[in-house]
Structure formats: C-alpha cells, structure tokens
Write a protein of this length. Sequence first.
Lengths: 311, 222, 123
Amino acid sequence: MSAEVKTPSKLEKILASGELAVTSECGPPRGSDPGGIKHKAEMIRDYVDAINITDNQTSVTRLCSLASCIHLRLMGVEPILQMVTRDRNRIAIQSDILGAASFDIHNMLCLSGDHQSFGDCPTGQNVHDLDSMQLIQTVRHMRDEGKFLGGDEIKRPPQMFVGAAANPFADPYEIRVSRLAKKITSGVEFIQTQCIFNLDKFEQYMKEAGDRGLTEKAYIMAGLTPLKSAGMAKYMKNRVPGMDVPDEVVSRIAGVEKDKQAEEGIKICIESVQRLKECPGVKGFHIMAIEWEEKVPEIVKGGGLYPRPKV
Amino acid sequence: MIVADQKPLEEIIERVKDRRKILVAGCNECVTVCEVGGRKEVGVLASALRLYFANQGQEVAVGEITLERQCDREYVQQAREDVEAHDVVVSLACGVGCQFMAEEYATTPCLPGVNTKFMGGKVDRGIWAERCQGCGACILADTGGICPVARCAKRILNGPCGGSTKGKCEISKEVDCAWQLIVDRLKSLGRMEDYEKVAPIKDWSTERAGGPRKAVREDVQL
Amino acid sequence: MRLNYPANIKIMRVPCTGKVDVIHILRAFEKGADGVYLVGCMEGNCAFEHGNFRAKKRVAKVAAILDKVGIGGGRVRMYNLSSGDAPLFAQYAREMTENILALGPSPVRTSGIGSGTTAANAA
C-alpha cells in the first residue's frame, strides 16, 4: 500500500502513515437542534480521528448527515459523511457531494440504505438511481476526473476519501470476500466493517482477503460495538440480520451480575481491540456505541489507542 | 402477463351505487389467467351487484360482457351496443384495457374493477409473482436470468445489500433475496467470476422515469 | 332409510361438491333462495381428493360477498358427512332450516325486485 495521500482528509493521512486509525459514529436528532450532536462530538473528539454521521438510519427521518457534518466541520472535528442511495437520485447525490466539499468535508461512506418499510415513511418511494458500488465509482470519478457523471467539468472537484461498509458475517457468506473485491474495483479506499463479536470468523475473513491482496488495496477498519447487557447480546444474536454473536460471548456477559454486565461488555470490546491490533490487514477501528458515546474514551484508552496522533 | 387483484367489493359498490344500468366488462386474456377479470369473475361481480341492489330495494340492471381483450380497439368496438345500453362500465381488465374502453366510450364512465399490479407469472396454484418491471433495457443475460430490477426491493445492480438474510429479503421472510438467487444461479452456470464484474450505472431513461413509452414497428405499419 | 327432513329443502345433486362454483350459489340467491348449503364428504375423504376443500373455500367466498352486499353470510354453509350417514344428513337439514328460519326470508324475495335483471328488460 502506498503511503501517498490523495485528499486533505485527516483520516487518510493517519491511515497512510501506518498508524491505526480510530473512528466512531453519531446519530443526528429527530429535530433541528444540532446541540446534541455537537455535544457528542465534543465528548469524543480527542479519542477518535473522524466521526461518521449516519444518514436517516433505518429509514427514520432525522436531521441530515450533510448538515450534521457541516456542524462538526465548523467545530474543527473531522466528519465522515454517510450517504445512502435510497433517498436521492444521481443529480442530488452529486449535488450533495459538492455541498459537502464546499465545506471541506473530505470523507464519505457509500451505502445503499435500509428499506424504507423499516422507518417512519413506509409508504414512500425509494430511489436507488445508483447502488452503493456505483456511488463509490461516482465519487471517484468526480474527484479523479474532475467531471460530473454527465461529462461536464466540475469547478473545484470534491476531494473525497471514499469508504464503504463491509459485513464479514452476512449472507451469503461465500461471496463476502468477492464483494470486498468488487468494492475495491469500484474504487473504495477504506472499509468499515459491521461490528465483530466472532473474532475467529473475522480473522478467517481477513486471511482470505489478505490472500487475494485486498488488504493492501484498501484500509480495513474493524467495527466494534460494546455490549451493554446480556439482553442486548441476545437481541443482536437473534434479531439483527447479518450479526454473528457467538454463544461464548453471550454466556460470558450473561454469567455476570446485571449491574456488572455493562462493564463486562466494555472489557470484551477492549479485548477485541487488543486481539485485532495483531490481525494482519486491520488498519484501524470503527467504534459504534450509539447512545453510549460516553464509553468511547474508555475503549480507546483501554485499547492503547490514546492519545491520537496529530497530523 | 399482467397480473391484477380484485378491488374490494365495497369500493366498487361505492362507485356505482347511484347508477341504474351497470355493465361489467371482462377480458379474456391476462385477467382471466390470474382469475380476477374473466367471464367467471364478471359473472360473480354482476351477481353480487344484483344482490346488493335487491337488498337495497332498488331496480338496477347489471349486464355482463367479456371481450377477447380490452387493449385492442377492434375488440373494444365490439362492445358498443352493450355499452350504449348502460350508463356506467366497470371494467375488470387491467389498467390498459380500462383506459382503452374509457377512450373509446368517452361519454360513458369506465371505472376500474381491479388493481393492476405487475408483470409476472404463475408460481403456484393461486399465486402469481412479479418478474418484470419493464425497464426497457433487459440485463437478464448478465444476471443469470434473474432480474434484480423487478425482484430486488432496492433494484440494486451489484447486490446483495447488507440486509439479505438466509436467502430472504430484509423486507419480508416471504420475499426471496434476488441477489442470493442470482449468486446461486451463477454458481450453477459455472459463472461465478461474472459476479465480480461491476454492473455499470443504469440508464433509467428507457423506463418509467423517461416518460410514457411507445413501441413502434414501422415495417408493419401501412 | 326414509328418514324425515324438512320439506322446504330443494336438493340439487352433484357428483362432488367441488363441482359447485361461486356463481351457482350466488345465482340461487338471486333467484330468491333464502339459504344454500353444501353437503360434501368428510374432509380427507373426498372421492375426488380435493373437491370438498375447493367447495369449502368457495362457500367462504360467497359468505363474504353476501355479508358485503347485506344479504348475510350466515345464509350459506358447508357441511361434511360420510355418504352413508343418513341420520346426520337429516340433522343438518333440520339445523339449516332452523338457521334460515331464524334469519328470515332473503331480502331478495321481500324486496320484490326481479332476479337477473338485465338492461334489456329494465329499459
């Protein structure tokens, strides 16, 4: 992997330098008050290199990712714009990318988005003018060719560091590494995985990806979520698609008294950081602690990832 | 073929309850095959309407006619005498037929008796499923004969998305994940290397987005 | 067996209840029947395998239509018995008669509106 950087992204710089990067995510409010998101960002800004802002997650209408990212940018925090293809056609997509670039936002995560039937507007349309792979291609095209999809020149092309999600545990399992390869072919530069509880399976996935040379072509960041309780562990195991929570993990957290389970969940998370630091191809960690952002500093410190490098 | 569902009887009654001469018009093609608008169903609806009006104590005439198809002016014109003898037509043909009827008999209201849904085929007795969305630029050769535009809830062209679970779509356990089907098919065709080809951004101008469409065969026009 | 059953019942014999379609039952009501019931083989013992299941579904469909048009779905029923069970046949006949008497005459008859009115004779 060449250590050259293509954008002003701080996240890219840290990854290119060979240091493990750390990102986290925040969900915007269901209203127009940016206070909550700014507060969360402030709480974790010294412990992470960049913060993802989700985009109408689960199809529930919220303050948009773009506006939230702008708030973060104005605070001097590095945002990662998450963009789903569900709600926008290619005109709006290119337009929003330029909007982000106009505020010098340099990181983007390209996603399809959950089906609208899960959210608060199940009777709405979905767009998917582009899918997530084609969105990756689009951003790279706008950045590297400096052109719109239609062919015209872009004045001041966006300088986006392009990311996507990967789920080593989703169905069908046999194409997991193929999908990663496809995203890389489309132009993705960094990957944030779905949260990992089955470390053996993840390490196997990373080995297969490494065998194909994929870990040299994109920076793969391991996704981790601290468990708050045995209930949460069971819920994620049984009710959330694409999630692999081994029995040992559930019994470990269930084997502890209720009021100590959150602490155990943090411990499990920190141990995962320690173990995956040694996993070849893992270039960083993406810590997802939605509504539990206050634990991010503890996890980052416990994982030996504090202080964050200055670039 | 075009697949439709019957409109709820109460909805049809609401539309015709103040009429005195109603013609129920069926079609011998698609809606006959999916058992919502053929001769049989015309008979049942007409009978139900007569019972309704008898119950209301109202003298209402309900006529029945089933055309070869309603999407062809030649056949639609054959109904002229019957249409002129009634003051409203309830068409059990698909949305196409209903519109052709309405256009031919512009002074007689032509109301739909079915909800037209999709292009599909019979998967089992009493079950018809969607297979084609008429995107106008068929990609079945690339996807092993399974259409992601019609069968993927997000019409993703480089799927599956993260919601695919045990071969089913995230929206419902009853819906197959089109991309799981495509992967399985590519495997059985020995074409798994095609899976890694990135499908290009689609030109949607040939589908609904581009506006109402026509198909023309100049060589058969006079 | 020469058992008695009510005289107001008109029997239409069919080779299998599966031969009875929705329209046949609806027409009977159009022509003024106060009630219609089907008597078929025991479920699982249909001589033609599924005939009585088809009939069951059609009866349910007719009942739904009759409810929606205000005639009342209680006027149509499906019964199952084995063909040798004459006493049960007579019992069902009595039961159906009582059921219909309780519901009263069909509104089609009481309204005096002719059945099967077509445009031709309404004009």
